[in-house]
Design a protein around this ligand. Structure first.
Ligand SMILES: C=C(O[C@H]1C=CC=C(C(=O)O)[C@@H]1O)C(=O)O
Length: 376
C-alpha cells in the first residue's frame, strides 16, 4: 500500500473480519463468540439451533482446520457491498518475488498429470500453482478486497480472517473474488453455479468474442465441465428434489476469463439440511479437485503438497438453513505481518489438455488478484 488515504476519510473502525459481497446479497461480520476448527461441529451447532450463524472458510483437504466462527456483530445487505471511500483510496503496490513452483516446473507437472490421465485410472485433475508477493508498505487487506469488489463485474469479493484456524494461519487474511457459487440455499431453493472450462479474455473485442465462441465449441472444455456437473448431480441427488440441470453449459465471464457454467437448481428434501451441510456434501467438486475424487486428491497431494484454504469454500450459513458458499479461487492470503501475500490459480486437466495452454490459463486467472495487489 503506498499512495495516501483519502484526506477526508479515516479508517473505518467497523472494518469487518469476515465479508462476502455478492450481487444477490452480502454479509459483513465482526468478532467471534465461538470458533469451529472442525466444519462438522459448525454444521451440527447450526442444525441443533445452538448457533444462529456461522461464517468463514473451510480448507481443501478434509483434515485442514477451518476458520469458521459464530460472529458477534452481523450486518446484512440486500445487494453487493459498497467499499468505504477510505479503502478505495488506498493503492496496494506489491510485486511477484517468487513462483511456486516456476512456470516451467508447473508445465512439467501438468504434462505428467495429462500423461497419467491418458494412462487410465484418472479422468480429470485440477493442478494449481502459486506466486509469492512482497510489498514495501504494509498491505491493508480491506484495500485489496475493495479493489477486488470494484473490479468484479458482479461485485464479487470476500475477506476472511484465518486466525480461528490457529497455528500458521493466525493473523493471516484470505481475500478474493470468486465467480463460482459452490452452493446457495434460500428457503427450500438450492442453487449451484459450477464453472469449468476456461479461456483468457482479450482487450481486442473481436479476439475476445472469438475466444468465447471457441470455448463454447470446444469438446475438451465440454468434457472438463461435464465432470463437475455429474459430481454435483450425484452429491445433491440424496439431498434435493426437483433437481433441474441444463443439458448444456452456458458462457459466463469475469473481467479476465471466459468460463463454461451450468446453473443447477433444486429444492432441499429435508429442511434441516443447512447451506453448510450442502457445501460439505459437494466439496471438493471436480472444478478444484478431479474425477475420481480420491485419485485426484492423491495426485494433487503428490504434485502440489497441501493447499490449505485455496480451493476450499468461503461463506456463511444460518440456523434457518439459508447460506451462500463460494469456491475459494481467484484469491490470495495476506501475511500476518502484512509484508506480503501468496496468490493461487489452477486449471482442470483432461486427456486432451495442452500444457502450454494450461500455463497461460493460470497466468490469466492470477491477474484478478494480482491486479488488486498492484502487481500487474
Ligand atoms: C481452479 C480454478 O478455477 C476453476 C474454476 C473455473 C474454471 C476452471 C477451469 O477451467 O479449469 C477451474 O475449474 C482457479 O481459478 O484456481
Amino acid at each position: 500500500m503506498a499512495s495516501g488515504p483519502h484526506p477526508d476519510a479515516a479508517r473505518p473502525v467497523t472494518a469487518p473480519d469476515f465479508l462476502l459481497s455478492r450481487h444477490t446479497g452480502s454479509l459483513r461480520t465482526q468478532g467471534s463468540l465461538r470458533a469451529f476448527p472442525d466444519p462438522a461441529d459448525a454444521a451440527l451447532a447450526l442444525r441443533s439451533g445452538r448457533c444462529g450463524l456461522v461464517v468463514g472458510a473451510i480448507g481443501f483437504e478434509p483434515d485442514a482446520p477451518a476458520a469458521l466462527v459464530e460472529p458477534d456483530i452481523v450486518v446484512r445487505t440486500d445487494g453487493p457491498l459498497e467499499p468505504p471511500a477510505y479503502f478505495r483510496s488506498l493503492r496496494t503496490r506489491a510485486r511477484v518475488v517468487e513462483e511456486l513452483p516456476s512456470t516451467e516446473a508447473h508445465r512439467r507437472r501438468v504434462a505428467t498429470a495429462i500423461a497419467g490421465i491418458r494412462a487410465g485410472g484418472l479422468d480429470k485433475v485440477v493442478l494449481a500453482r502459486a506466486v509469492r508477493l512482497l510489498a514495501d508498505d504494509p498491505i491493508d487487506p480491506h484495500a485489496v478486497c475493495a479493489a477486488l469488489i470494484d473490479s468484479s463485474p458482479s461485485a464479487d469479493g470476500f475477506l476472511v480472517d484465518l486466525s480461528p484456524a490457529g497455528g500458521v494461519h493466525s493473523g493471516r487474511i484470505l481475500v478474493g473474488s470468486s465467480p463460482e457459487l459452490l452452493v446457495r440455499r434460500r428457503g427450500d431453493v438450492v442453487e449451484c453455479h459450477p464453472l469449468a472450462g476456461s479461456a483468457p479474455r482479450s482487450r481486442d473485442t473481436s479476439v475476445d468474442q472469438a475466444a468465447g465462441r471457441a470455448l463454447q465449441a470446444s469438446g475438451k472444455d465440454a468434457a472438463e465441465h461435464a465432470f463437475v456437473v455429474d459430481s454435483l448431480a450425484t452429491a445433491l441427488a440424496p439431498l434435493c428434489r426437483d433437481l433441474q440441470i441444463p443439458e448444456r453449459p452456458s458462457l459466463t465471464s469475469t473481467r479476465e476469463m471466459w468460463h463454461l457454467g451450468t446453473r443447477i437448481r433444486g429444492r432441499v428434501a429435508d429442511p434441516r439440511t443447512t447451506a453448510l451441510d450442502l457445501a460439505l456434501a459437494v466439496h471438493p467438486t471436480p472444478a478444484v479437485c478431479g474425477t475420481p475424487t480420491d485419485e485426484a486428491r492423491r495426485v494433487i497431494a503428490g504434485l502440489e503438497g497441501r493447499r490449505g484454504f485455496y480451493s476450499g469454500a468461503v461463506g456463511w450459513a444460518d440456523a434457518g438453513g439459508d447460506g451462500d458458499w463460494m469456491v475459494t479461487i481467484r484469491c490470495a492470503e495476506i501475511d500476518a505481518d502484512r509484508s506480503g501475500a501468496i496468490a493461487w490459480a489452477g486449471g482442470g486437466l483432461v486427456a486432451d489438455s495442452d500444457p502450454d495452454d494450461e500455463v497461460a490459463e493460470t497466468a490469466a486467472k492470477l491477474r484478478t488478484v494480482l491486479t488488486a495487489l498492484g502487481a500487474v
